[in-house]
Design a protein around this ligand. Sequence first.
Ligand SMILES: Cc1cc2nc3c(=O)[nH]c(=O)nc-3n(C[C@H](O)[C@H](O)[C@H](O)COP(=O)(O)OP(=O)(O)OC[C@H]3O[C@@H](n4cnc5c(N)ncnc54)[C@H](O)[C@@H]3O)c2cc1C
Length: 496
Amino acid sequence: MNAFDELKLSYSGDISNESWIRDYYSVDSSYHQIYPELVCFPKDKADVVTSLNYASKNGLSVACRGAGTSLLGQSLSNGLILDFTKYMNKILDLDIQFGTVSVQPGVVKGVLDKELKKQNKFLPPDPASSNYCTIGGMVSNNSSGPHGLGYGSVLRYLDHVDIIYPNGEEGFAENGICDSRLKKILSPLISVHDKLASFYPDVSKNSCGYRLDSIFDPEFKPQNIFAASEGTLSIFDSLRFKILDLPLFRSLFLVYFSDVLSACLYTKKILSTVPVAVELLDYSVMDSSIKLNTLNENGCLLFVEYFYQFRDKISNIHDLLKSNIYPDGTIVEHAHDIVSINNLWHSRKNALNMAIKNTLGNRKQFTIIEDTAVSIEHLHEYVIYLLSLYNKYDLQYVIYGHIGNGNLHTRPILDNHNNSDDQLHSKQARILENITYKIFKKIFEYRGTITAEHGDGISRTPFIKNVYNNFVYSYFSYLKKSFDPLNLLNPGKKIP
Ligand SMILES: Cc1cc2nc3c(=O)[nH]c(=O)nc-3n(C[C@H](O)[C@H](O)[C@H](O)COP(=O)(O)OP(=O)(O)OC[C@H]3O[C@@H](n4cnc5c(N)ncnc54)[C@H](O)[C@@H]3O)c2cc1C
């Protein structure tokens, strides 16, 4: 019997090396493609351990996979893919009294949202991909979404995690305590934590590198080390989150500005009204349901949302917002009931799909600079610089996203002619390289981040060191080596 047959016999879940399955798992939502050797669908912890043992014996790497909606190639591998969506997709426990929910990593966020809603509860981070993406993927990328402004990213809600180390050992982490191996790994960080944290980007959301800054926050939160770790340190077996009560009242306003720069200029004033979301939608990514007569082709909309406990606040907030966008912004729509609010949000959630539809033939959008964030103080100046670069190279682009967090999703549109000898191709490649270099340099100057929520993956890993410095980076390398000395888990992501 060969090793593959032996593996199959000892597995409760499914394993496949069929070429159509390997084809399917060779791509995610990035422009990378890597063919895995095997695709596994573990049923339980024992299957995960069996997969890890098989991989280490046969010199293969292992990448976990949720829905594969990552945009930078972080769920791709040439070894084993472990897909958690088929079997390890259960909600394990909903504890209303303590306000927590425990899940397996393959639970789809949208499914969890529906269950929590029945109890008037929610887990706030709300990626636009929530109808597909899984909790394991969200924690690994430290995902957030439109309401990241008011509620932060998933890191804030992670309460407990059960993990499997690359050698098959089990571990756990929660507020104040963790298994002895993790305690030993994290102990050298205690004395240097404040120094490390001082070199982190000055932004409200960050998925770049490992989040060493969040493990003493101020009390010991060892579970936070796994947020944004992209499956490079250990594998999640189950996770517990703090959940919140749904707000009683909500109001959503659509504010029109004649161009993106004015919208940036007013964002700080809008933030003073304490919204839970301020989102930008550029004309180019609006779907037909939202394209209003008043809009011109440079125009944009801000989605500004408020949550509150008392209904009488609604009229106050309308006046307050109006005075803070005067004279350049106009409220063109507002909604105060859940159905109308959800209908309006649908257009914002559809932005990336609309952006993708914008590209025809060889014209492709490039994702490398698509998730930068700067502090609100630098936002206007940064966007002037960004747009002037697009202008200089005469490029079309899309721009939308979490402007309230200084986190804009922007993609230049370039010709991706696939003949590498072609002069046009090399010219476009040079332009992309130039733009990336210049934009990232600006981001470093502003102490921003190259990724606020989508992660590093294959594409951004080479730039992580520049966001931080040699001192911080030496601890990233230390962390990876301590968890995964054989470099089995998702090699090439986070640490090149
Ligand atoms: C249309 C679209 C819209 C999007 N909108 C948003 C948005 O608004 N906000 C946002 O933050 N992101 C957004 N994203 C990015 C992406 O959807 C999120 O990062 C999402 O959380 C990834 O989840 P996933 O289940 O697809 O994970 P995958 O892409 O499958 O995997 C992501 C990472 O998680 C790791 N992983 C998965 N399971 C485990 C496990 N059990 N143990 C350890 N590691 C594991 C993988 O190895 C990988 O590194 C969007 C993407 C698309 C395509």
